[in-house]
Ligand binder design. Structure first.
Ligand code: BTN
Length: 253
């Protein structure tokens, strides 16, 4: 009895006690033809991964480690928008279940203050015909206490329990994330990114702020003015130039 209130998302749920990474399992299932809305959830990941090949600390039974397979009919350059749509869905779901107000740091971190509670990793399977599958990986720190975090992230990570002072029901939160993600992906397909961009900006910790953007080859400092329709961050440097940032680590100054 999953208690899901969705039609598409979670129509198939693969629950695993343990796996290397739900991203790897979801990629495999997508290759084998798993349908849009298939969800992979694990209690423990031994090789949870984050953006930029980083390790993702995925302690047993304390977080939500899940990957969602979507098969939207959109061109590949629109894939990053789904990360932003997922971020809005997660912030709303957290608010609905715990009353907590999180904010989004571009592109994909969900924060309380300067500490990260959730990461999103969107990966793509595509060929000459376009997107075959989007694999949206979501990691939410739910019930960790401070000592549960690896030393490497102790100072920069937080959990919903630490923020709210009480344990949070993971199953209810998964249901709510899927419910909002279904609502927002349908809104996206019907109305495009416009309304979601506004929702995203409303929850953003980045827009209007002075930031430092660290990229592979350079670091830029300036004001984050907004995001484009494609989810590209617009950064204005002191010389007045506007830069489109496609991928970076953002530090709020
Ligand atoms: C990031 O902030 O760098 C993204 C973190 C994404 C973590 C989730 S947990 C579920 C899924 N499986 C993984 O190995 N990673 C994603």
């Amino acid at each position: 009895q999953s208690g899901l209130k969705t039609k598409r998302l979670g129509s198939r749920i693969e629950y695993l006690e343990q796996c290397a990474s739900t991203q790897i399992v979801a990629h495999q299932l997508a290759q084998e033809g798993a349908l849009d809305g298939t969800v992979v959830i694990a209690d423990l990941q031994t090789e949870g991964r984050g953006r930029l090949m980083r390790k993702w600390d995925s302690a047993k039974g304390q977080g939500i480690w899940m990957s969602i397979i979507l098969r939207p009919d959109v061109p590949p350059h629109k894939a990053p928008q789904f990360t932003l749509v997922a971020a809005v869905a997660i912030v709303r779901a957290i608010q609905s279940i715990t009353g907590l107000e999180a904010s989004i740091k571009w592109p994909n971190d969900i924060l309380f203050g300067n500490k990260k509670a959730t990461g999103i990793l969107t990966e793509l399977q595509s060929d000459a015909d376009g997107i075959q599958a989007l694999i949206i990986g979501i990691g939410v720190n739910v019930n960790q206490e401070r000592e549960d975090f690896d030393a490497a992230v102790k100072e920069i990570a937080t959990s919903l329990r630490l923020e709210s002072g009480q344990a949070v029901n993971r199953r209810k939160l998964v249901q709510e994330i899927l419910r909002y993600l279904e609502i927002y992906t349908e809104m996206y397909i019907e109305l495009g990114f416009g309304p979601l961009k506004e929702l995203w900006e409303g929850h953003s910790a980045t827009i209007g702020k002075a930031v430092r953007a660290r990229m592979t080859r350079e670091t830029l400092e300036g004001i984050a003015e907004g995001i484009t329709e494609d989810g590209v961050l617009q950064l204005r440097t002191a010389d007045g130039k506007l830069h489109g940032i496609y991928s970076a680590d953002i530090e709020l100054k």
